[in-house]
Design a binder for this molecule. Sequence first.
Ligand code: HPA
Ligand code: ZN
Length: 333
Amino acid sequence: MEAFIRGLPKVELHLHIEGTLEPEMMFELAARNGIELPFADVEAVRAAYEFTDLQSFLDIYYQGAAVLQTEQDFYDLMWAYLERMAGENLRHAEIFFDPQTHTERGIPFEVFMGGFARARADAEERFGISTMLIMCFLRHLSGDDAVATMREAMPFAGQITAVGLDSGERGNPPERFAEAYAMASAAGLRAVAHAGEEGPPAYITGALDVLGAERIDHGVACEQDDALVARLADEGIPLTMCPLSNVKLRVFGRLEEHNLKRLMDRGVKVTVNSDDPAYFGGYLSENYAALQRALGLTRDDLVALARNGIEATFLDGGAKQRLLGELDDYSAA
Ligand code: HPA
Ligand code: ZN
């Protein structure tokens, strides 16, 4: 089953590039940039990854991102992720980045966008992996900050496919970001948003109705509202779920309690993703494999999940059909 999962042609729709920073690279970049880390070694970093909720993770995650300074650092980060994923038959990824985490530290857009662009082009050429970028606004900051970030991003809009919303969810409802999302839409960008990870179902509805989100990132809280589940199923709104993340951040006590399969059985277009794999103990294949074991998923379930992912991408019809064809060939063989 694990070999079947590794070879399955997969897409990833919920992956924070800053969340792929492995402790080894954290130390390498800290040394390269003359930054002092508050950890003795790589083992001490891993030992600190005991989270009690989303915020306890974010505190460490933003601290880790501070080692990213130069264009080459952002290249190395993106390249390491894509090179690793070539070994898991990743075919396409729509990748989140958090510009405010970097601009707040005085790192301008040119630096991270340049590094990302170079690594993405190299991965497309070497591995045939296509990628898109989704720029996230940090929801613990203000709506005005998001608008300012959107303005700064305009010269790079051609490299960005969509906008998203992440960071601490509780007490930070989506409505505050309506103006930034309207600007993104006017610039031709698509929209997604984290909602219903730790927050209530109303944040999912707000993301759909006020921000125009076309996919919901996480969305596990929809299960508290039957009418919302029915709406997600009827309208074919995908949920980008991240099972290992949800256990690490204690959204579910155990993977066996995860609602992905229950929602799938109710007709919701659920997808499997890794969120922040360097922090949560597994990349995309491990998320599929852990879920398969915990929920007793069949091969047909796994293929259906991979299919949902492809259908939920922002790829055009032709590119989707090619990936669906690859998936059909793989599952028939
Ligand atoms: N939720 C909110 N913000 C985040 C996450 C997440 O899962 N990962 C990185 N930033
Ligand atoms: Zn996320």
